[in-house]
Design a protein around this ligand. Structure first.
Ligand code: MG
Length: 298
């Protein structure tokens, strides 16, 4: 899409390569905003000063929202507690880890799968059990319906080998998130789900049938199915082009880059394709959204 604007000069609170009319139309459709967390609603452990009023504005305008994280090691309850400590009163339904989205995905697409072999943390496994799944043991006679591989910070060699065995047997195979490593400020590499899947692939030749986390569309597809929305009624808002905006692009949703995290304006303007919307932060995106709402409630 061509724009008659000079982006660097014109950038004030937001920028879009779309025409005014296209932008207005895209914003007017939005019924749900999927929000990345770190760099988008908070930074580290500090909530951005505009986050609470942004969420309230969405609610006042009948726009739903969800929080998304690729990290499946902590439970929804852990994240809700973190949000509560920052002053955000979120519900279970509003919190989507890649583990929860994997559970939803299995329930919708593999309703027959009740018994799972899972490589994941005890807290993630507890979440699967609480959702009604039975977790099979590390035993060739304890045959699961489906294999789930996650970012398992408690990974055991024997269980990795069992997961590879089930992968080699042609069971449906789902991975929670594609990340190779999990970012850390410690002097260590946190080997993440994508790398564990690579080990299984090298051993068996099998890759997961589907990987749920960003930048794959899985987490947005789950939201779409849960709330009966069209893809273009969802905006995915985050601070990374290659995960957050890409997720939106892959799902057919509206991708919104915010500059409150790791991406600079320069990187945003030089990226190809450019994000459909680049906003200074969610506050500015919220204003844009509500301005274009058919019945705005300020
Ligand atoms: Mg982020």
């Amino acid at each position: 899409m061509q724009s008659n604007k000079e982006p660097m000069k014109d950038f004030d609170k937001y920028y879009s390569p779309m025409s005014e009319a296209q932008l207005k139309e895209a914003c007017a459709k939005i019924k749900h905003v999927a929000l990345d967390m770190d760099g988008t609603i908070y930074l580290g452990s500090t909530l951005f000063p505009y986050t609470l009023s942004f969420l309230k504005k969405l609610k006042d305008n009948g726009i739903g929202y969800s929080f998304l994280t690729n990290n499946p090691t902590k439970s929804v309850e852990d994240y809700l507690k973190k949000l509560r400590n920052m002053g955000i009163d979120a519900t279970r339904e509003e919190m989507n880890t890649s583990a929860v989205s994997t559970i939803d995905y299995i329930k919708i697409h593999h309703p027959e799968a009740k018994r799972l072999f899972v490589l994941g943390t005890p807290s993630m496994i507890a979440e699967f059990e609480a959702s009604g799944f039975e977790i099979t043991t590390d035993d060739a006679n304890d045959v699961p319906h489906l294999l789930v591989v996650a970012f398992d910070t408690t990974l055991e060699y024997k269980r990795l080998c069992r997961a590879a065995w089930w992968a080699s047997q042609g069971l449906p195979y789902i991975a929670t998130n594609p990340d190779r490593v999990c970012p850390t400020d410690q002097q260590v590499i946190l080997v993440d789900c994508g790398s564990i899947c690579k080990a299984i692939e090298y051993a068996t030749g099998r890759i997961p049938d589907i990987v749920i986390g960003k930048p794959n569309p899985g987490m947005l597809t789950v939201i779409q199915e849960r709330y009966h929305l069209q893809a273009d009624e969802i905006a995915m808002c985050g601070d990374r082009i290659y995960t957050d905006v890409k997720t939106a692009q892959n799902a057919g949703a509206l991708g919104v880059l915010v500059l409150s995290g790791e991406t600079t304006l320069e990187t945003a303007m030089n990226s190809n394709p450019q994000p459909p919307i680049t906003a200074l932060n969610i506050e500015e995106f919220g204003k844009l959204l509500i301005k274009n709402n058919p019945n705005p409630n300020y």
